[in-house]
Design a protein around this ligand. Structure first.
Ligand code: HEC
Ligand code: CU
Length: 355
C-alpha cells in the first residue's frame, strides 16, 4: 500500500504507533491482550456483517411488491436452538479466554520486583524498595517481572501504561497490584485514566524501560541513601512505636518480627494473614483486628502518617522478617559487585537490582 504516498504511509504508521490508538506491544502480555482484542473486534464485525446483510436480503425478498399479503411464519425449534447455542458457545470461549488472561495479568510471579506507586492530585509518586523516589516517571529494567503496588492519597485514580496493556485503579485506603514485564527498552506513556479533578489531563508521566545494566546504574545513581525499610525504621523510632513494640516479651504490644505473611490469631478467635494491607490497617485502625492476648491500647495513627510514611513503615515491618533480611543482603552484595566500587558511606540501593 506504500505506493499511495510514502509520506502519508509513514505518517499513518508513526501516528498509529505513537498515539494511544495503537501503541507498541512493549510488554510480554501485550500480544496476548491484543489477540483477544482483535478476536473480539473480528467477531463483532462478523456479527455486524451477518445481521446487516440479512436485514438487506430480507427487506428485498419479503418486500411489499413481492409479498403484498402478509403471511404468518411459525417458529422453528431447530433454528432457535441453533442461534442460541452457537452464540452461547462463542461467548463462553471469550469468557474463558478473558478470564485466563485476567489471571495472568493480576497474579504477579513470586520473583517479581515490587515498586510502590502513590496516586495524588495530580501526580504519580513512585517509590522503589531501594529508596529511589520519582514523580511522574518510572524506571524499570526490561526482562524482569515488575509488580506495582498502588494506593491513592486522595481520590480514585487509574494507573495505565497503554504500551504494556496495563491498567489498574489506585484506590484511597487500599493497596491494589498489577504486574507487567517490559520487553523492549524505550520510553512509554503513563496515564491516569480516571477523571480525578481539574488537572486530571495533566496527570501523565513516562515509563523508562532500560536494559538491566542501565537500570542498575540508574538505581545506584538515584538512591537517596536510605531504603524504604531504613526510612521506616527511622519513622518507627520517631513516632514512638518502639515504646510498645520493642520486641521483648514484657512489651505492651506484640513483637512485629516475622509477622509479615504469617497467620495472626485474633482476639475473637479468627485468623488473618498479615499482608501489606493488614499491616497498614493495623497502624490506622488498630482496634479492628486485635491479636489474641493483647489489650486494644494502641492509639490510632489516622491522619498522622502520609501514604509514603505508611509504605516505609510497612516495608520496615516486612524487613523484620528474617528471610527478607537475607534477600536484602543478597541484593545489596549484587549491586555493590555490579558497581565494583563502594559508594562511600551512603547505603547502596537495596532490593532493586536482582537481574
Ligand atoms: C501504646 C502502645 C503502642 C504504640 C505506641 C504502638 N502500638 Fe502497635 N500495637 C500495640 C498493641 C497493644 C497491639 C495489639 C492490639 C491492637 O491491635 O490494638 C498493636 C498492634 C500493632 C500491629 C499489629 C500486630 C499484629 O501482630 O497483628 C502493628 C503492625 C502495629 N501495632 C504497628 C505499630 C506502629 C507502626 C506503631 C507506630 C506508628 C505502633 N504500632 C505504635 C501497641 C502499640
Ligand atoms: Cu488521576
Amino acid at each position: 500500500m506504500s505506493h499511495i504516498s510514502p509520506v502519508l504511509w509513514q505518517f499513518l504508521v508513526h501516528w498509529l504507533k505513537q498515539f494511544a490508538i495503537f501503541p507498541p506491544e512493549a510488554s510480554t502480555i501485550a500480544p496476548y491482550a491484543d489477540a483477544l482484542y482483535f478476536a473480539l473486534v473480528g467477531m463483532t464485525i462478523t456479527g455486524l456483517v451477518l445481521v446487516s446483510s440479512m436485514v438487506l436480503i430480507f427487506s428485498i425478498r419479503y418486500s411489499k411488491d413481492r409479498h403484498p399479503e402478509a403471511v404468518q411464519i411459525e417458529g422453528s425449534t431447530l433454528l432457535e436452538a441453533t442461534w442460541t447455542l452457537i452464540p452461547l458457545g462463542i461467548f463462553l470461549v471469550f469468557f474463558v479466554w478473558g478470564a485466563l488472561l485476567y489471571f495472568r495479568i493480576f497474579n504477579a510471579p513470586p520473583d517479581s520486583m515490587n515498586v510502590y506507586v502513590v496516586g495524588k492530585q495530580w501526580m504519580w509518586k513512585v517509590e522503589h524498595p531501594g529508596g529511589q523516589h520519582e514523580i511522574d516517571a518510572l524506571h524499570i529494567p526490561v526482562g524482569r517481572p515488575i509488580q506495582v503496588t498502588l494506593i491513592s492519597q486522595d481520590v480514585f485514580h487509574s494507573f495505565s501504561i497503554p504500551a504494556f496493556r496495563v491498567k489498574r485503579e489506585a484506590i484511597p485506603g487500599r493497596y491494589t497490584t498489577v504486574y507487567f514485564q517490559a520487553k523492549t527498552p524505550g520510553k512509554y506513556h503513563l496515564f491516569c485514566t480516571q477523571y480525578c479533578g481539574t488537572q486530571h489531563s495533566g496527570m501523565i508521566g513516562w515509563v523508562y524501560a532500560m536494559t538491566p545494566e542501565d537500570y542498575r546504574a540508574w538505581a545506584a545513581g538515584s538512591t537517596s541513601g536510605a531504603s524504604l525499610a531504613q526510612n521506616g525504621e527511622r519513622l518507627f523510632a520517631s513516632m514512638g512505636c518502639n515504646a510498645c513494640h520493642s520486641g521483648d516479651a514484657a512489651a505492651r504490644g506484640p513483637s512485629l518480627a516475622n509477622i509479615y505473611n504469617s497467620r495472626i490469631r485474633l482476639a475473637d478467635g479468627s485468623t488473618m494473614v498479615a499482608s501489606e494491607a493488614y499491616l497498614r490497617d493495623s497502624i490506622l485502625n488498630p482496634s479492628t483486628h486485635v491479636p489474641a492476648g493483647y489489650a486494644p491500647i494502641m492509639p490510632t495513627y489516622q491522619g498522622q502518617i502520609s501514604e509514603d510514611g505508611l509504605i516505609d513503615l510497612v516495608e520496615y515491618i516486612k524487613s523484620l522478617d528474617s528471610n527478607y533480611r537475607v534477600q536484602q543482603m543478597m541484593n545489596k552484595s549484587e549491586i555493590s559487585s555490579a558497581q565494583e566500587a563502594p559508594v562511600g558511606n551512603t547505603a547502596p540501593a537495596q532490593g532493586v537490582a536482582k537481574p
